[in-house]
Design a protein. Structure first.
Length: 495
């Protein structure tokens, strides 16, 4: 090869490398330069991006709701936030939060959440659900089309609230009812539902063929199915393993993506075995993922099918392990019957500590709160403290996992779970030029959950700044008033 062609190749290689470096610092074609005056600059923070592996002190420039520059050099902004000694991370994405109301969002902001999603239970009215929150939300919001509410509608069962408790829980659907369910599921996807929600444990009357049909619809719309397994417990043949086998078979048969919710409360002492099954399925090419919350108790409705006869043997617990959320009292045989007729939320102390730790520490298990609507003073603390508990207790104190792995489990991995169906998530869960400026800034030495089972309505500590679409909703640890930058996290709408 002659010298001139070699020289041209050498110059081209330098140019490509320089362009790559410039883009990594936020400088390049179509990207703002370091001389610009940005809307917001987060200065001197330890920027941690799970996608690229960046873990270094940088300055982040934000304009128009997007990250425009990530630079080791000082940047100028109309608003400056000093993050010296703090971690600058992608905003946390909660795949599983039932409390989709303003009060819940306030607690979530203090826990670092910038996108809150109701993907397990979902809704039967996707368009109406989004319309209710447009322009009124502190953080981003999103929902699935839910098999439970769709089933309740088709079977004309209004006995439950969020969860079926009457015929929709226990009766098999007729052919006409199944057809109506399928039509409503498709309608929900056309209206932009992010995923398909399914709580088979709450609808034992739903046949395996019905579940299979629901998976087929999800596959048609490139949607993941977020499933509360049919079984959870210790007794054969109704262990979490059997429940997982059912939906894995449905995923294989239909090609639908599968996401198993709160694997620790499904597996209990068999949690490692359930995670191993998910890992094996992934190795063999199946699109299956899972999540957990960092607590040793679950929470659900006492009137639901989960507490049908046999629940004590299935879960290995008894009345004293069930706590009435309204008052915090532990139940007896008498109060169990009384409150079951009344209906309401309970906290269920059933998950071994080792199972919780195993789920939190495993790198394939995402973090999601399964937070509940705030209906009583003794509601489960997970909706208020999940993410801070992982970062404070399990990362800093227990050293069960490292900080970058924990952040990946609550930012990048949830975004990747949804981006196939909803391209909006390709710009979430990352700190990179062009990504949405959904950012959480926290003190790694102070972050900790404060919510407890006894006093659950307490804000987490150590979260200093939270930005949603480049707009601060938490500044110096204080919630800002009259700001509603939250946007709909939604799949494309079709006819």
């Amino acid at each position: 090869m002659g010298q001139r062609p070699f020289r041209r190749m050498w110059i081209a290689a330098i140019a490509i490398a320089a362009g790559t470096i410039a883009m990594s610092y936020g400088v390049g074609a179509g990207v703002a330069t370091e001389n610009e005056n940005y809307d917001v600059v987060i200065a001197n923070g330890r920027v941690m991006d799970p996608e690229s592996g960046l873990n270094a002190v940088r300055n982040v420039g934000i304009s128009g709701g997007k990250i425009r520059a990530i630079s080791p050099n000082p940047l100028q902004g109309k608003s400056m936030m000093d993050a010296k000694g703090l971690v600058v991370a992608p905003g946390f994405i909660d795949l599983h939060e039932h409390g989709q109301e303003p009060k819940n969002y306030q607690f979530q902001v203090h826990d670092g959440v910038t996108t809150s999603l109701e993907l397990e239970a979902g809704t039967a009215d996707v368009a109406g659900w989004y319309a209710k929150r447009e322009g009124k939300s502190l953080i981003n919001f999103g929902v699935s089309i839910g098999h439970i509410p769709v089933r309740m509608k088709a079977l004309h069962d209004a006995t439950g609230g969020m969860l079926a408790a009457g015929e929709a829980a226990h009766r098999a659907a007729t052919g006409a009812e199944l057809a109506e369910m399928k039509a409503d599921m498709e309608k929900g996807f056309r209206q932009g539902a992010l995923a398909e929600g399914m709580g088979v444990n709450y609808t034992p009357g739903a046949s395996r063929l019905e579940i299979l049909e629901m998976f087929r619809i999800a596959a048609q719309y490139t949607a993941s199915v977020h499933v509360h397994l049919r079984y959870a417990g210790l007794k054969e043949p109704t262990t979490g393993v059997a429940g997982l086998e059912e939906v894995l078979a449905a995923a294989v048969a239909t090609g639908a993506s599968l996401h198993v919710v709160h694997i620790t409360s499904m597996g209990l002492k068999f949690t490692p075995e359930l995670i191993a099954i998910v890992e094996g399925a992934q190795r063999h090419g199946l699109d299956v993922t899972t999540e957990c919350y960092p607590y040793t108790a679950g929470s659900t409705a006492l009137e639901s099918a989960i507490f049908d006869p046999g629940w004590q043997e299935n879960m290995g617990i008894t009345y004293k392990d069930v706590q009435w959320a309204e008052t915090g009292e532990r139940l007896t045989a008498e109060t169990f019957e009384k409150y079951r007729k009344k209906g309401g939320i309970v906290v269920v102390h059933s998950i071994p500590e080792e199972a919780a730790r195993t789920g939190v520490a495993n790198p394939i298990v995402m973090i999601a709160s399964d937070g509940m609507p705030i209906t009583g003073s003794k509601v489960h603390p997970r909706g208020q403290g999940t993410f801070s508990r992982v970062l404070g207790h399990y990362v800093r104190e227990e050293k069960a996992l490292d900080l970058m792995t924990a952040l990946r489990k609550m930012t990048l991995m949830p975004a990747q779970r949804l981006e196939k169906r909803a391209p909006v998530f390709r710009d979430k869960g990352r700190i990179r030029v062009g990504a949405d400026a959904d950012i959480t800034v926290f003190d790694p030495e102070r972050i900790l959950d404060k919510a407890t089972y006894e006093e659950p309505l307490q804000y987490s500590q150590g979260i200093r700044f939270v930005l949603v679409g480049g707009v601060a909703v938490l500044k110096d640890g204080q919630l800002l008033e009259d700001v509603f930058p939250g946007n709909a996290a939604r799949a494309p709408i079709s006819q």
